[in-house]
Design a protein around this ligand. Structure first.
Ligand code: NAD
Ligand code: MG
Length: 389
């Protein structure tokens, strides 16, 4: 198939968070597909962004950090790429003309404003930045409906569900979604043992190589809690119809059970390049360089119920989603602050769920919040988590 035929839909992309784990793999996928790059953004890694700009020649490169952006501008003075900085730069990158799709690979709620701006500018979204849906799911899905743009999942579980739902025109035919969870490095440990784990241990994920924040979220199971909320918004299903099963081997990426009892699943080796590529080529499938699943060499597939007692974050996320409003944003804000404190060595692993519990308990009830409400709930929860240590 010619590149042209494959990309009747997606031709020019921007990546928000191009220097991260998803961002780097996305550039690799885009290079193989021959897609062109509109804008690249990152937080403050000028050296890597310079390298990416020299290779992919985007029109615009943005660093959120102003002084790193000045450094980048000097580094790129001999190139035609324009450099911008800060919030206005990120918003410009998100809405750049001539770009049809924005891949959001920023970590945390920092992705919310640019993602909403991209949607309102009519861009399809390839969404990795789950925190945006956790915090502002109602706003984001309403804006996407209004603008008539696609929200294409990059998260592997949500991509699996998306793949299983192809051809299902009536959501009423879906009985439930079953998200698989590896359980992270600590599954099977009790609270006492968990209180002693180190940051180095938390960063050793058994199956996936990812950014530090999501790796810690996987260890606490907060990542799966966030993914339940993400699935609720992406697939417009009530919480009660989204279940989680521990599947240590990460071969089945998630399942959909239909009302006739049929269960469809997507299987594969754990490699983010496939879900990234599917978000970019949907509804087509193209060759992908990921290693193939060999069933005869595959480990035995096992399934266990989640351990809610020692890993309370999953239920905490459900509780936040049930209350709605800004409660999930407060949970996310406290979690971002707590994970950062844990990575700085200032709190223990079990302090993460403790600080998150406190934020959920303290979160105000604000029905139908605006983005400003969401951002101020986030800021309050962060400040509270930092003062609570
Ligand atoms: P990462 O930490 O490796 O990369 C994050 C990127 O965001 C970097 O480019 C960084 O420069 C940028 N960034 C960070 N803070 C920023 C800020 N304040 N303003 C602007 N840019 C900022 O993270 P990652 O592992 O690539 O994850 C990115 C997102 O994708 C997260 O939401 C994560 O939950 C989701 N996700 C990741 C994986 C994975 O395999 N890594 C899988 C599924 C979902
Ligand atoms: Mg995932």
């Amino acid at each position: 198939m010619s590149g042209e035929e494959a990309f009747a839909v997606r031709r020019r992309l921007s990546i928000l968070g191009s220097t991260g784990s998803i961002g780097r793999q996305s550039l690799e996928v885009m290079a193989a597909l021959g897609l062109s790059v509109g804008a690249l953004t990152a937080h403050r890694n000028a050296a890597l962004l310079e390298e990416q700009v020299r290779r992919f020649r985007p029109e615009l490169a943005v660093l959120a950090d102003e002084s790193a952006a000045r450094d980048l501008a000097v580094r790129l003075a001999d190139t035609p790429t324009r450099v911008a900085a800060g919030r206005s730069g990120l918003l410009e990158a998100a809405t750049l003309e001539g770009v049809d799709t924005v891949l959001t690979a920023v970590v945390g709620i920092a992705g919310a404003e640019p993602t909403l701006a991209a949607i309102r500018a009519g861009k399809d979204i390839a969404l990795a930045n789950k925190e945006t849906l956790v915090c502002a799911g109602a706003l984001v899905t309403a804006a996407a409906r209004e603008a008539g743009v696609e929200l294409l999942p990059v998260d592997s579980e949500h991509s699996a569900i998306f793949q299983c739902l192809q051809g299902c025109a009536d959501r009423g035919e879906v009985e439930r979604i079953l998200l698989t969870a590896s359980g992270g490095p600590f599954y099977g440990k009790d609270w006492q043992a968990l209180s002693l784990v180190t940051k180095e241990q938390a960063l050793q994920h058994p199956n996936w190589s990812m950014g530090a924040k999501i790796t810690v979220d996987s260890a606490t199971m907060m990542n799966k809690g966030f993914e339940v909320i993400e699935a609720m918004w992406l697939y417009d299903l009530p919480l009660e119809r989204i279940d989680v099963v521990i599947h240590r081997e990460s071969v089945i990426h998630s399942l959909v059970e239909f009302r006739d009892g049929a269960v469809l699943a997507q299987l594969g080796v754990p490699d983010m390049r496939l879900p990234i590529q599917y978000a970019l080529t949907w509804p087509r499938r193209l060759p992908c360089p990921t290693p193939r699943l060999d069933l005869l060499r595959c480990p035995n597939l096992t399934f266990l119920p989640p351990d809610g007692e020692n890993f309370p974050c999953l239920d905490l996320a459900r509780q936040a989603a049930r209350r709605g409003g800004v409660v999930p944003a407060a949970l996310n804000g406290a979690n971002e602050a707590a994970v950062a404190l844990f990575l700085e060595g200032r709190i223990g692993f079990c302090d993460i769920p403790r600080l998150c519990q406190r934020a959920v308990a303290a979160a105000p009830e604000i029905p139908a919040p605006s983005l400003e409400d969401v951002l101020s709930a986030d800021a309050a929860a962060r400040a509270d988590a930092r003062s609570g240590i």
